[in-house]
Write a protein that binds this ligand. Structure first.
Ligand code: FES
Length: 198
């Protein structure tokens, strides 16, 4: 027991003071530990927010790419194969498809564009868009009557695609075509409309 302890025998208030000091000393490490825990929590919170922001940015890349793809591929035209010439007998009109040159991997079957191929002679073709020149409904070919008919408002077209009757203001839109090594190719890509004929 030191000098202070002996003094405290004489002065009881001193003992109370020493007791308070001992209590403070004991509680000090506990206070520091709480502060450490708060700092750690703040650091973890910031790391969590940073990782979440990074994950969000990475996850948004394909979404942004998808949203911007129409702008990136807008109006993209290219020559694409339709099929071998032997698939289109002379004197017949057949429904077929070609791959849209603007397609993406996730487009699936919707990347295939339907069209009508009419073969008049060995090296003479017409390739029609299936969309009616009125409001775009898909027309249907009737070989019995030699007419294309639109189911929406009664538009009718002759076998050469010219307008026969009904509301369409013009004939069917046609794709440019060419023959490459006994194969029929068309210039696809742009959706034919009155503003942008194929
Ligand atoms: Fe074909 Fe109207 S969309 S006649």
């Amino acid at each position: 027991m030191g000098r202070i302890s002996w003094a405290c025998i004489i002065a009881p208030e001193c003992a109370a003071r020493i007791s308070t000091m001992q209590t403070d000393r004991l509680s000090e490490p506990r206070a520091l530990s709480t502060l450490d825990r708060m700092d750690s929590a703040r650091v973890l919170l910031r790391v969590g927010i940073g990782l979440s922001a990074l994950a969000g940015a990475l996850a948004s890349v394909p979404i942004v790419g998808y949203l911007l793809s129409p702008l990136r591929n807008a109006g993209k035209r290219d020559w694409v194969r339709v099929g071998a010439m032997s698939e289109f007998p002379i004197g017949e009109t057949r429904l077929t498809t070609f791959a849209n040159p603007s397609h993406e991997a996730y487009d699936g079957p919707t990347a295939m564009v339907p069209c009508y191929v009419r073969r008049m002679a060995n090296d003479r073709f017409q390739v029609f868009a299936v969309n009616c020149a009125h409001l775009g409904c898909p027309v249907r070919w009737f070989p019995e009557s030699g007419l294309f008919m639109c189911p929406c408002h009664g538009g009718v077209y002759y076998d050469d695609g010219s307008r026969a009757s009904g509301p369409p203001p013009r004939g069917l839109f046609e794709y440019q075509w060419q023959i490459r090594r006994d194969e029929l190719w068309v210039q696809g890509g742009a959706l034919p409309t009155l503003a942008t004929p194929a």
